[in-house]
Write a protein that binds this ligand. Structure first.
Ligand SMILES: [Mg+2]
Length: 256
């Protein structure tokens, strides 16, 4: 890939010993924000399930089924943000972990197929506005829907995908340039779902949320991982690897 400069790889700017990549929905949050909106403000769970079954059966792409799900939500976008802020719980241990990362020069990079303003709003709620400004968030965005100019009116918004991949966001694209460097920081990844698997394969240690699909995929695909129940589990391991007390190989204990 030739020489890669730091402008392309913002997480290298401070010459860190480690980088922490993480999914957002179901990983930092305890519920999925897009599912929540669809089930409570849009066409509801049975139709969402049927859309996702079509994806599993190979009848349509995830990007297409997911967009239709969100387009069923006609609630103005600012109102959606309010509803999510009131109802979605974040992993309470994320804040302490994030504060530790900032104090110890471990960049946290959020990789999400969800919408940027949702992620920033919920994170700001947990870790504060100022801290969120320093966080790199690579995700999809929100845009006015066809025929509208204001996302805060009824039916006024739609998802604007990050890229053209069938998932709407290929997370491994973001990580691969770092993974290709000859000398590079230790790379961690935390996730909970199938869209995290391609990204996880590029990193040194994967944390998979206990009881979620990613655990099964990792076992099936023989990707080394360790489960986490909350960000305090992640905190302990990342800290001990960064401090040289254990290796990533030792930390990859699977379900144990
Ligand atoms: Mg997720």
């Amino acid at each position: 890939m030739g020489s890669t400069n730091q402008t392309n790889l913002p997480a290298l700017a401070t010459n860190p010993k480690a980088i922490f990549f993480t999914d957002f929905d179901g990983t930092i949050t305890l519920q999925d924000t897009n599912d929540y909106m669809t089930d409570n403000l849009g066409f509801g769970y049975p139709q969402r399930r049927s859309n996702m079954d079509d994806v599993l059966d190979g009848k349509r792409t995830f990007a297409d089924a997911f967009k239709e799900m969100l387009d069923s939500v006609k609630t103005p976008f600012d109102e959606c943000l309010r509803v999510l802020k009131d109802n979605i719980k974040l992993d309470p241990a994320f804040k302490e972990f994030f504060d530790w990362c900032r104090a110890n020069n471990v960049p946290v990079v959020v990789l999400s197929g969800g919408m940027q303003p949702v992620i920033r709003t919920l994170l700001a709620h947990l870790v504060g506005d100022e801290a969120v400004k320093h966080m790199q968030i690579v995700s999809s965005d929100v845009a006015p829907s066809p025929g509208h100019t204001d996302i805060n009116e009824e039916g006024g918004w739609t998802i604007a995908y990050h890229d053209e991949s069938e998932h709407g966001h290929d997370k491994s694209l973001e990580i691969r340039p770092y993974a290709a460097l000859k000398e590079r920081p230790v790379m961690f990844y935390a996730g909970d779902g199938v869209s995290d698997l391609s990204a996880a394969k590029e990193t040194d240690l994967l944390f998979a949320r206990a009881g979620r699909d990613l655990v099964i995929y990792c076992e099936r695909e023989k990707v080394p991982f360790t489960v986490f129940h909350s960000f305090s589990d992640i905190h302990k391991i990342v800290q001990s690897v960064v401090e040289g007390k254990q290796t990533v190989q030792e930390a990859a204990t699977g379900r144990n």
